[in-house]
Design a protein around this ligand. Structure first.
Ligand SMILES: [Mn+2]
Length: 349
């Protein structure tokens, strides 16, 4: 297991000096943020990130994300030029020493929450998703703003996108994903860069848009679209675990044993009526079997990347929702501690 931490580049208010002080920190997880979706990243920007990380004793082996242009997800005739640009990004990142690229295939919206600062009993705050709040949101009224979402869409553009997605159901989205993979995975193999799709978050359709990376059945189907070890997963425990029928630890065991998990996002959530609340990473703070998940990774001798996913805001910290320093650092230490305990037990057997 290699511990990593998301870093939003020089604009991140959390300095690399602080990130390197988290015990066992190996690599940053970052991206080039100044290029529109679908364009080629400059070598200068890629190398500037790498040099910044390395000058602080950290690697830059994981990129999150290289975003996928909507025309690729929609399967439009223009998709090939965007896939060509995507392939060039894989090549450039591979040359810069990147080993793993996280991406997702969610139409229009990235991860979705209904509130970013829900205050808990202990005074901390975190991201939450409540179905009744979502039902009151209208993505087309021009007022909606969601985290992780390209709010640069103009109202008319968004209406047009929603119109286009009327022709794309889950089957069609799978077909478009298959086309994309059939073109990029051979390049990923050649460049020794593992592609790691992030599950849809939450793992169900929102606002009438299709979503497919949601369940064991669909992930099985995804892995078979191109049956290569380079076509793998970012297994995000909090995303898949939002469906109370999903046994996340069992999925980690299954896909880690297959060698198809390249990147783990570990966080805990508390399942509540009609939704979920993000909590501290610790087993007892939420509904997920975090210890069982880490045990499964240890049993499979997982040697891919792990990062503490979203944390709460604690100790008065403010900043990017989900991406403060303090709670994610606590999460990294908790994950390290559980992992090291399982490794010690395994050595003794
Ligand atoms: Mn995640």
């Amino acid at each position: 297991m290699k511990m990593t931490f998301r870093w939003y580049g020089e604009g991140d208010r959390i300095p690399l000096d602080y990130i390197r002080q988290i015990p066992n920190m190996y690599s940053v997880v970052t991206a080039v943020y100044d290029v529109p979706v679908g364009e080629v990243w400059s070598n200068e920007s890629i190398l500037a990130l790498k040099h910044a990380a390395e000058s602080h004793g950290l690697k830059m082996e994981v990129i999150e994300s290289v975003p996928v242009h909507e025309d690729i997800k929609l399967g439009l005739p223009t998709r090939d030029k965007y896939i060509d640009a995507y392939i060039e990004n894989i090549r450039r990142l591979g040359r810069a020493g990147v080993k793993c690229i996280c991406y997702n295939f969610m139409p229009v919206f990235d991860w979705t929450r209904t509130q970013l600062d829900k205050v808990a009993a202990d005074g901390s705050n975190s991201l939450v998703y409540y179905a009744d709040q979502l039902a009151k949101m209208d993505p087309l009224n021009g007022e909606l703003s969601l985290p992780g979402w390209d709010s640069s869409y103009r109202k008319e553009d968004l209406k047009h996108l929603f119109e286009q997605y009327k022709a794309v159901d889950d089957e069609k989205l799978f077909e478009n994903l298959g086309y994309f993979l059939s073109r990029i995975i051979p390049v990923a193999e050649e460049c020794d860069v593992r592609m790691a799709i992030h599950p849809d978050d939450p793992p169900w359709g929102i606002f009438g848009l299709p979503r497919i990376i949601t369940s064991e059945k669909n992930i099985d189907r995804f892995l078979k679209l191109v049956d290569s070890p380079y076509n793998g997963l970012t297994l995000c425990t909090g995303s898949l675990g939002a469906d109370r029928n999903t046994d996340v630890a069992a999925l980690v065991r299954k896909y880690a044993a297959m060698g198809r998990i390249h990147f783990m996002h570990i966080r805990n959530i508390r399942l509540v009526e009609g939704g979920f609340e993000e909590t501290a990473h610790d087993q007892n703070c939420g509904s997920l079997d975090i210890i069982g998940i880490i045990e499964a990774l240890s049993d499979c001798d997982y040697d891919g990347y792990v990062r503490p996913d979203h944390g709460r805001m604690i100790w008065g910290e403010t900043g990017k929702p989900g991406y403060g320093l303090f709670d994610r650092a606590l999460g990294a230490s908790y994950i390290n501690g559980v992992w090291e305990t399982f490794r010690r037990m395994k050595e003794k057997k």
